[in-house]
Design a protein around this ligand. Structure first.
Ligand SMILES: NC(=O)c1ccc[n+]([C@@H]2O[C@H](COP(=O)([O-])OP(=O)(O)OC[C@H]3O[C@@H](n4cnc5c(N)ncnc54)[C@H](OP(=O)(O)O)[C@@H]3O)[C@@H](O)[C@H]2O)c1
Length: 262
């Protein structure tokens, strides 16, 4: 029970991977602070965790907004205690269109997927440095490794977050703060529910959460999973662009989050 008696904050916990991460950690006697925009979903999650004997609290914020995100995480810290583990998991995905260019949605992906991680880290890092211990994790994506037609905004927002975390890890060497970049393949969540193509090696979100928590307990620097999709993506990254474009024609750029587009 690696996370027993610790405090974890999870953003994007109102559904999918984040929801399951909160339950998995709470089952290990970790106190969990959960954050997202939908209060009713967070209330239901807190109730479910408490009914199972766990400790949880929730706070509402849009992670694209710096002040409210930092304030929400501070309020969770005040309720639960100093934060040992942050999992910045909130994310949205929209296909990228070129005619017309959907700039608003691209901006939104950077604001939520990339800056949302930066703001969440801002809320916990000073105290982690003061205590000389802590663990920062962000849920990026295997999409960070492969530029894909129709997914340029999503891929770029995730590549940015992966580089941010990987660089931060080097900067935090010797300060007692671990940094993990989590890169999942396809997970069966509301985000992928409308993908009209077959998703290879699709994992259930509870299994994804178990794997992520195990990787965090092992203090992995980067956790790419499942290995089959990782291999496919890494091989594809060596292929010529025309081959990727042809292979993904009609596939990438067709799915997306259930969020109403901005
Ligand atoms: N599913 C996959 O195949 C897959 C693969 C690789 C990476 N990922 C990444 O995994 C993470 C979790 O995604 P998921 O698959 O579990 O999707 P999901 O079920 O749609 O969950 C997304 C979570 O992010 C929250 N969120 C979205 N926008 C937000 C905002 N502006 N402020 C605060 N919270 C926000 C949502 O809560 P509210 O709507 O209540 O705010 C929800 O809890 C994302 O970062 C995603 O990019 C997913």
């Amino acid at each position: 029970m690696s996370f027993a008696n610790q405090v974890a904050i999870i953003t994007g916990a109102s559904s999918g991977i984040g929801w399951e991460l909160a339950k998995t950690l709470a089952a290990q006697q970790c106190a969990v602070g959960v954050l997202a925009r939908r209060q009713d979903r967070l209330d239901a999650l807190v109730q479910e965790i408490q009914a199972a004997g766990g400790k949880a609290a929730c706070a509402v914020a849009d992670v694209a907004e710096r002040g409210p995100t930092v304030a929400a995480i501070h309020s969770l810290r005040d309720q639960l205690g100093p934060v040992d583990l942050l999992i910045a998991n909130s994310g949205v995905g929209y296909p990228t269109t070129i005619e017309p260019l959907n700039t608003d949605q691209i901006v939104r992906m950077f604001n939520v997927n990339t800056l949302g991680v930066v703001y969440a880290i801002e809320a916990v890092l000073p105290e982690m440095l003061q205590r000389g211990k802590g663990h920062l994790a962000a849920v990026s994506s295997l999409a960070a490794y492969l530029p894909m037609p129709g997914e340029s905004g999503y891929c770029a927002s995730k590549a940015a977050v992966s580089f941010y975390m990987d660089s931060l890890r080097m900067q935090l060497r010797g300060r007692g703060v671990h940094v993990t970049t989590v890169c999942p393949g396809f997970i069966e969540t509301p985000m992928t529910a409308h993908n009209p193509f077959k998703m290879p090696f699709l994992l259930k979100p509870d299994r994804a959460a178990q794997l992520i928590v195990r990787a965090l307990a092992r203090k992995k620097k980067t956790y790419n999973f499942p290995w089959q999709t990782t291999l496919l993506i890494k091989l594809a990254a060596w292929m010529p662009e025309w081959l990727i474009a042809r292979a993904l024609a009609g596939k990438a750029g067709k799915g997306g989050t259930k969020d109403p587009p901005p």
